[in-house]
Unconditional design. Structure first.
Length: 477
């Protein structure tokens, strides 16, 4: 009996050992893969600096006020930077827009839609889900030292945006001088390669530039009355009342409409903030380039701003060009300089950075490498920061036409893009074929976004100080 069953016993033992070894192999393979991902050596040693200028209108680049250029530093980059003249945001307020930039996912895919908890819309989140990779997590996996100076409460750690950063320094009141000072301070402590993200808030409401920059642009108009000056210099209350009226929350505004001089004064304060931001963005870039020439810079905005264009103020309430279009510059290591006219979007930033660094494309990214892609459809949507703003817009640009759908009133508007920059000629009624084609693109886009969703959902509460900053910025009462 022993002889008869001995071979069977041996075979069983061998099979058992084999299974164990296979199991160990599978476990070792999984562990090894995870370790390799977390300890990837950089393909290049190129540093990366991402600069975001909040609420910075694209049409302010190259403009002059009172004989003074508003963007002398950005203007100086024309010969050595890649300048994308037709760049658009994927949403016209900060949290969804920056999520798209940092993740290369469209709004309906990452699902960061509102700034508040909205129980009536279970597919809309107010925070970045931890399972979605970001620019910081990708670069950190390749060995980058990741640093951020964050001044917008919409992007604070409790909302998921510090994920992947070794340093995430926040402030609710830092101006451009402080942002650049702190960015340089953190940079001086960083190891190479580093990824530095600096967010400048100065062009955003409440438009409070330093006196030096007010004088520079010629603030205030001589014809501005004392009564209107008081409104202009405490513009948040007027702004909020106007937005509530425009979105149907109130039958009228308690403020009398500003005169032309009053409107011009508001624009002058904004333009002074643009110049102030340009000065200190320039200081940051020049300082780092001098000591770390192997650095890639990306300079852009999260969205633009309305100043009575189509009668609106602020941002987040429409998808018109004034708040949809953004400046976009790539500068430094490996960048092919020149002016690029094809339409690009903020979801293209991360794939473009990866391409310039020689890093492989992540499978979940929805954007394209802006340097390797031709014209493609680009998309945006906004529901604003809260359902109380009665906003639900989406947009697609394709083959020189821009379709804007307002789902609240059921209207559709068709414009030539980018030629009709002011969107003064609606072609929707005379070109129903193009409207139908673009509607079909949006339908397909929705389906692709549903397939691209990875978030399990994240809602977050904000502390009192952050909520107060968001009120001061005009996001909520």
């Amino acid at each position: 009996m022993e002889k008869k069953f001995a071979p069977i016993i041996v075979i069983c033992c061998l099979l058992g050992v084999g299974v164990v070894l296979i199991g160990l192999g599978i476990g070792l393979y999984k562990t090894s893969t995870e370790l390799n991902r977390s300890r990837r050596a950089p393909v290049k040693t190129t540093n990366v600096v991402l600069i975001v200028m909040d609420a910075f209108r694209a049409d302010r680049v190259g403009q002059v006020r009172n004989g003074v250029p508003l963007t002398p530093f950005l203007d100086s980059l024309g010969g050595e930077a890649a300048v994308f003249r037709s760049a658009v945001s994927n949403c016209t307020w900060t949290r969804p827009s920056m999520t798209s930039l940092l993740t290369s996912l469209y709004v309906d895919a990452h699902q960061v839609i509102y700034g508040a908890l909205v129980k009536e819309d279970p597919d809309a989140f107010n925070a970045l889900a931890p399972e979605i990779p970001t620019m910081a997590t990708v670069l950190k996996a390749y060995g980058y030292n990741t640093l951020a100076i964050q001044t917008n409460g919409n992007l604070f750690p409790e909302l998921g945006f510090s994920k992947g950063f070794d340093v995430y320094r926040t402030s609710l009141d830092a101006d451009a001088t402080q942002v650049t000072d702190w960015a340089l301070e953190e940079w001086n402590r960083a190891r190479t390669p580093f990824f530095l993200y600096a967010h400048y808030m100065d062009p955003h409401l409440p438009y409070e530039p330093p006196q030096q920059h007010r004088d520079m642009v010629g603030y205030a108009p001589e014809t501005l009355s004392n009564e209107e000056r008081a409104v202009v210099e405490n513009f948040r209350d007027y702004y909020r009342a106007h937005c509530e009226f425009m979105t149907g929350q109130t039958p009228n505004s308690p403020f009398a409409p500003l005169s032309d001089a009053g409107k011009e004064a508001v624009k002058l304060l904004y333009d002074a903030s643009i110049r102030y931001t340009d000065d200190h963005v320039g200081r940051l870039v020049k300082t780092i380039r001098e000591k770390a020439p192997d650095t890639l810079f990306i300079i852009t905005a999260d969205h633009g701003e309305h100043f009575w264009d189509h009668e609106f103020l602020g941002h987040g309430l429409t998808l018109y060009n004034c708040e949809l279009r953004v400046p976009l510059f790539f500068l430094g290591a490996g960048v092919p300089p020149g002016e690029y006219d094809h339409v690009v979007e903020l979801v293209d930033v991360l794939p473009s950075v990866a391409g310039l660094l020689g890093l492989p494309r992540e499978h979940n990214w929805q954007g394209a490498d802006a340097f390797r892609s031709e014209d493609k459809p680009v998309y945006a949507k906004t529901k604003s920061s809260n359902p109380r703003w009665n906003t639900d817009w989406e947009m697609v640009i394709s083959e020189g036409k821009k379709l804007v759908l307002n789902h609240k009133d059921g209207t559709a508007h068709l414009f030539t893009f980018p030629q009709d920059g002011l969107e003064s000629e609606d072609l929707g009624k005379e070109d129903p074929t193009t409207v139908g084609r673009l509607r079909e693109l949006l339908r397909q886009h929705h389906l692709k976004n549903l397939q691209a969703r990875r978030a399990k959902g994240k809602q977050a509460e904000m502390d009192t100080a952050t909520l107060e900053q968001l009120r001061n910025l005009g996001y909520m009462n």
